[in-house]
Design a protein around this ligand. Structure first.
Ligand code: PGA
Length: 252
């Protein structure tokens, strides 16, 4: 049975004190909860990863980075490698977030390299993709999503997919308060599972968790998460508040 996941992307929010207190509160609120098939992940900024990872050690909370560089090491000012992430206790990395694609010029080709570097270093990848509003309006959303997945991930062997989580995030729904309807999310997630089946096989497609992202909050999570092919969410705004975030975990 594939895992349900609630992953909080803290983006460029929370200084060290706020990060420590947020993870501490989430851990406390989850303490009595039995999370059989559910994973809870938080992704703080690079500078706070080590502290948050050490607080989360041996708890129900896992820690992810929001990005990494594809090279092993070298003259890449301001960047962080997979090995460095591992060395501070991080086991997961978010790659391909639309903000990275849009503001930092991350192309499909760069992302494919980042995916390879992450997997070579035994990091699990949460791979993000999604269409912009014009793509949806012009009915190109399936085509766009298919090409992002194909270019970023379809070079992988089937066996590598056990370390991949997919995150469908329609760009028009990120931070806008606008969510894809549960039906729109389900429709896209079923399409994604189909293209993964066609490329690999149904074992791979049925095992991969597909998260929805874009203005998920306690008020709409239950309905979205109840859809057959939606295995949880990648959460921005609502992940910055421990009560809201834990309410999302409780929405399954
Ligand atoms: P949001 O962000 O929940 O604030 O819309 C989602 C994301 O960017 O992952």
């Amino acid at each position: 049975m594939r895992k349900q996941i609630v992953a909080g992307n803290w983006k460029m929010n929370n200084d060290i004190d706020a990060s420590k207190s947020l993870v501490k509160n989430i851990i406390k609120k989850l303490k009595k909860k039995s999370l059989k098939n559910t994973r809870v992940i938080v992704a703080p900024t690079f500078v706070n990863l080590q502290k948050v990872a050490s607080k989360a050690k041996k708890t129900k909370v896992e820690v992810a980075a929001q990005n990494m560089h594809q090279a092993k090491s070298g003259a890449f000012t301001g960047e962080v490698s997979a090995e460095m992430l591992k060395s501070v206790g991080v086991k997961i990395v978010i790659l391909g977030h639309s903000e990275r694609r849009e503001y930092f010029g991350e192309t499909d080709a760069i992302l494919a390299e980042k995916v390879n570097a992450a997997l070579e270093n035994k990091l699990e990848v949460i791979f993000c993709f999604g269409e912009v509003l014009e793509d949806r309006k012009s009915d190109n959303h399936f085509k766009v999503v298919e090409s992002q997945i194909k270019n970023g991930l379809f070079h992988l062997e089937a066996s590598a997919w056990k370390n991949i989580v997919l995150a469908y995030e329609p760009v028009w729904a990120i931070g806008t308060g606008e969510t894809a309807s549960p039906e729109q999310a389900q429709e896209m997630h079923a399409f994604i599972r189909k293209i993964v089946t066609d490329k690999y096989n149904s074992d791979v497609a049925e095992s991969v968790s597909i998260l929805y992202g874009g203005s998920v909050k306690p008020a709409n999570a239950k309905e979205i998460f109840s859809k057959e092919d939606v295995d949880g969410g990648l959460i921005g705004g609502a992940a910055l508040n421990a009560d809201d975030f834990v309410a999302l975990v409780n929405s399954f």
